[in-house]
Design a protein around this ligand. Structure first.
Ligand code: MG
Length: 473
């Protein structure tokens, strides 16, 4: 073992015990990083309704996530990384297209997400990460929750993916009415959700107790089968969206109860995926990203997650609704660090295209930016603004450290909508919990953010509302 390797192991062992250190061990900072390998593989592990405070490495005191903690220690933990919406469907449209959902019609003021009676979906004209990577020779698999249209023409295999295995929408849909309280002591038969392979239903109701394990199995299999050519695996877990299910091996194992069992099983799966990449000798040419589609569903109380120190949760535009616990991992290329600058799921498409030598679409507005420089430690994140939409309307805008709320409506079940004549203004560095309105001290900041809104809206082209379309009976 070389000295460098030995020191690295000691450092990782120490940080595993003490948590992620925001300052690097001196030997780590001097470690020479290679230039990004051409055409790396990409793996996105995308959770459903995971809160900012639900991982050990993001401060949870009773959920054990040793594999995600390790991933963060070896890679980058991002503390200001945003989903582009606070609910499933629009958030998923954004991560795959690099575009705000308002541009594709995948957000609505009539219905927040797609349902089993929906007739709409991600339009064929949209370019997903899988579409963009295909001309560069990538094979792509979608495993898990899709939620961008369950009719055949909208399924993943019609959006650039070579294969699909998963539940096409939320795991609480198709409620059979067999129980008056289907989320308490949930049983598989309470939710008649289909499990699909490519375009066919292969199991109904899907056995959700083994769904996390089976998604991980599929991902591991796909990685092994494609290890000699560039690939993109999009693993979108159905959990920890309610109803919560976990396999027997994880039943009653976490101090946090059922919700903790679910997260610990996801964490175990992350470990299996990282171990597979190491065993197959492709860890150093694979970028893995872990994040979530939106914040915790707080109205489900102990069955919902936690946004940690952040305000709000799923459905709302306070930080807890859209700031996600995010980790990037790519041994030998990523600079080990904690990044506090902004990033977004919108940025993955341009970043992956840049690394893969694939073309970023130029015939449309792409809202994402290339994060290669902050990942490799060359420069700060180029993202300095984030728009917080609720449906088709902008509720808030963050620019730099300031976030202005023009309209507020708390998380699902949290209260009424209020339009603010003078926006609420929070400094997210000093006040990440959005408690102390400093609008009166910074009229210049508010004027600047209002100007950003005006410029943004001037370029918006309305799209057909896909979420309002229903199957005719
Ligand atoms: Mg969700």
């Amino acid at each position: 073992m070389t000295n460098n390797k030995c020191s690295r192991r000691v450092f990782l062992k120490l940080t595993a015990v003490t948590g992620v250190s925001s300052s690097l061990h001196p030997l780590m900072t001097s470690q020479a990083l290679a230039a990004p390998k051409k055409q790396p593989n990409f793996v996105i592990i995308f959770c459903d309704d995971l809160g900012y405070g639900d991982l050990g490495v993001f401060g949870n005191p009773t959920i054990k996530t040793p594999n995600l903690d390790r991933m963060a220690n070896e890679g980058q933990k991002w503390t200001s990384f945003y989903a582009a919406a606070s609910v499933c469907t629009p958030s998923r449209a954004a991560i795959l297209t690099g575009r705000l959902p308002i541009r594709s019609g995948m957000c609505s003021d009539k219905r927040r997400v797609l349902f089993p009676d929906s007739a709409g979906g991600l339009p064929a004209s949209e370019i997903t990460i899988a579409n963009a990577l295909k001309p560069a020779g990538y094979t792509s698999a979608c495993i898990g929750k899709w939620h961008l249209g369950h009719l055949r023409k909208y399924l993943p295999t019609n959006h650039g993916f070579d294969s699909y295995f998963g539940i096409p929408y939320s795991n609480d849909m198709d409620n059979t009415g067999k129980s008056k309280r289907p989320f308490k002591d949930s049983k598989i038969e309470y939710f008649n959700v289909p499990l699909m392979r490519d375009t066919e239903i292969v199991e109904r109701p899907a056995d959700q107790t083994t769904i996390t394990k089976r998604y991980t199995d599929e991902t591991v299999k796909f990685i092994k089968q494609n290890k000699n050519k560039p690939f993109f695996a999009y693993l979108a877990h159905s959990m920890p969206h309610v109803p919560l299910f976990r396999s027997k091996d994880f039943a009653d194992t976490s101090l946090r109860g059922l919700f903790g069992d679910v997260i610990e099983e996801i964490d175990h799966g992350v470990g299996r995926i990282l171990d597979t990449l190491n065993e197959q000798g492709i860890a150093e040419k694979t970028l893995v990203v872990f994040t979530s589609d939106n914040g915790p569903w707080l109205s489900y109380k102990q069955q919902g997650g936690s946004a940690g120190p952040l305000r709000g949760g799923k459905g709302g535009t306070f930080e807890g609704g859209m700031r996600e616990p995010t980790i990037f991992w790519w041994p030998g290329t990523i600079k080990q660090d904690v990044i506090m600058e902004m990033g977004s799921t919108l940025d993955l498409l341009p970043t992956f295209c840049s690394l893969a030598g694939a073309k970023v679409p130029t015939d449309r507005i792409i809202d994402g930016v290339d994060l290669t420089d902050p990942l490799t430690g060359k420069a700060k994140s180029p993202r300095d603004i984030m728009f917080f939409y609720r449906g088709t309307r902008i509720f808030a805008i963050r620019k730099g450290m300031f976030k202005a709320h023009f309209i507020t409506k708390p998380e699902y079940g949290g209260g009424k909508e209020i339009a603010h004549e003078t926006p609420l203004l929070y400094h997210l560095g000093h006040d990440p919990a959005e408690k102390y309105d400093v609008a009166s001290q910074h009229p210049d900041v508010i004027a600047d953010i209002k100007n950003e809104m005006k410029n943004h809206q001037a370029k918006l082209v309305p799209a057909i509302d896909q979420l309002a379309l229903r199957i005719k009976k």
